[in-house]
Design a protein around this ligand. Structure first.
Ligand code: SF4
Ligand code: SF4
Length: 257
């Protein structure tokens, strides 16, 4: 049987669009990094200032109630950095205790932010542009060098541990979004998720090979459990599946025939 021409499907357009979004989000780091940085939020807290990154994390938490880790899959520059370098990363992160480290980091990070605000005498003001110069994050060679070193560190973690290893093991933002996902599911909200028609699966394993998080997507399809805390809802598995087995879906919606 002739292979379907995936280049003509809307799904593969989505794959290309996501790649370009990740490249653009990476190139915008000199402007945007202070609005995303988990470190800048602590610097602001130590002065009692609610920064742009603080506001962003509140938005991301609310987003995660309905769309899980979609930020990680489509917009995060730290994720983009790891995916752009992914041709150099052959390993995948195995399931196990290292995947739990990020939750501990999230708890410690939130506690440190709260402590910094308390030490500063509470929240004294809101400054979405905190730390930037006219809204631009990288405004000196010193800041540039620090940011380059941080992103090099993120990539080295992925290189040593496996695909998107920083997202799997160390990212404090992941913990916030996984918590939001669990709460959204608990409350029965209509959440974006993956659904699969396992009877169409031909066990080609392409979904598992191409998953940027290195998840065993094929087993998820076969077991009927498409919900996974480390799924970033990037839809790569849906876009590369030759049989159209996997789809974005919302809770309660049946897989289309
Ligand atoms: S399971 Fe699919 S949607 Fe989730 S991270 Fe892997 S490729 Fe992306
Ligand atoms: S890519 Fe599609 S057909 Fe191949 S194993 Fe995954 S779900 Fe099954």
């Amino acid at each position: 049987m002739a292979e379907p021409d995936q280049s003509q499907t809307p799904e593969s357009s989505r794959l290309r669009i996501r790649r370009w979004i990740l490249i653009i989000t990476f190139l915008l780091i000199p402007v945007t990094i202070f609005y995303i940085s988990p470190i800048v939020i602590m610097m602001g807290a130590s002065e009692g200032i609610v920064t742009g990154s603080f506001l962003l994390y509140i938005i991301l938490f609310v987003l995660s109630l309905f769309a899980g880790r979609i930020w990680c899959g489509w917009l995060c520059p730290m994720g983009a950095c790891q995916e752009i370098g992914s041709p150099l990363i052959k390993k995948t992160v195995k399931e196990g205790w290292p995947n739990w480290i990020k939750y501990g980091i999230t708890v410690l990070w939130i506690a440190a932010i709260a402590r910094a605000f308390l030490a500063a005498g509470g929240m004294k003001g809101i400054d979405p542009l905190y730390g930037t110069v006219y809204g631009v994050s990288i405004s000196s060679v010193q800041v540039l060098m620090i940011v380059v070193m941080i992103f090099a560190g993120i990539f080295i973690v992925a290189f040593l541990t496996g695909r998107r290893g920083f997202c799997h093991i160390l990212c404090p933002i992941a913990g916030i979004m996984v918590a939001g996902r669990k709460i959204g599911n608990f409350l029965g909200l209509s959440t974006l998720h993956l659904s699969a028609a396992a009877d169409r699966c031909i066990d080609c394993m392409t979904c598992s090979e191409k998953c940027p998080m290195g998840l065993d997507v094929h087993s998820m399809v076969r077991s009927g459990k498409m919900e996974c805390p480390d799924c970033i809802l990037c839809a790569t598995c849906a876009d590369v599946c030759p049989e159209g087995v996997i789809r974005y879906s919302t809770k309660g919606k049946k897989f289309p025939d």
